[in-house]
Ligand binder design. Structure first.
Ligand code: ZN
Length: 244
């Protein structure tokens, strides 16, 4: 069965800053999409960006998306609330959502969390170690312990999110901080994974261990067939005892 993945990228930094454009000449969304194409055999991967009509997330596109990946930073407030409503409804109906790095402040993530989602940060070439704290979790399969990012932006606690259903990764930084860098949530029928690596001035989405985590997350977040149709009432069971 083909898994349809849509990678949403804000695509603003890459067109304003030559250093970032050199790292991601086709945009960060294309680099992320390439990770999934290379690592998930049965995935059909497409991309969408802020500047497209309805940000590339019209009704038919979302209806046919199994897993949506979201990277944004500068333009969270430019995302149309109607598109946020639509994405939220799809998550509640079972679409997987992977929220990356600075998208912790995206409208859709704050909406789904119900908290401010603030954190501490410092862009100073810290060394980040990503430790697996749930070794049995499917997102951790085959991931080195720890993953080493020689240079990255520091994201630190306190991270203002509700308690995650599962924490898969915990990062430590050369400055001494720690951060819940891989967190799973369930909202309605949908699964949400927040993963913090991915600052735009470092080639994080070209790192093979990061690609592995993203591919594992896509498989984990993919919708599962439901045993119960929650849209119908249990009327058919009303007289079960009469015929018994
Ligand atoms: Zn950043």
């Amino acid at each position: 069965m083909t898994l349809t993945v849509t990678v949403w990228g804000e695509f603003v930094h890459e067109r304003r800053n030559a250093e970032i454009a050199a790292l991601y000449p086709d945009g960060m969304h294309e680099a992320i999409a390439q990770c999934i194409r290379a690592g998930v055999d049965d995935a059909a991967v497409r991309t969408a960006t802020l500047d497209q009509a309805e940000h590339g997330l019209d009704e038919p596109t979302l209806a046919s998306t199994d897993v949506l990946i979201w990277w944004g930073h500068l333009a969270h407030e430019q995302v149309d609330d109607r598109v946020v409503d639509r994405v939220q409804a799809r998550v509640l109906d079972g679409m997987g959502l992977i929220v990356l790095h600075s998208a912790h402040l995206s409208k859709i993530f704050r909406r789904l969390m119900g908290t401010r989602c603030n954190l501490r940060w410092r862009a100073a070439d810290d060394r980040e170690l990503i430790w697996t704290v749930a070794p049995q979790h499917p997102i951790a399969a085959g991931v080195p312990h720890p993953v080493v990012l020689e240079r990255h932006e520091m994201y630190g606690e306190y991270f203002d999110i509700p308690p995650p259903d599962e924490i898969v990764f915990l990062s430590s930084f050369s400055g001494g901080e720690v951060f819940r860098s891989g967190c799973c949530f369930r909202r309605g029928k949908g699964k949400v994974f927040y993963f913090s690596p991915g600052h735009e001035t470092y080639p994080i989405y070209r790192h093979p261990d990061i690609a592995r985590i993203l591919c594992n997350a896509v498989r984990w977040a993919a919708p599962q067939p439901s045993a119960i149709d929650t849209h119908t009432s249990p009327r058919s069971n009303k007289n079960w005892w009469v015929s018994a």
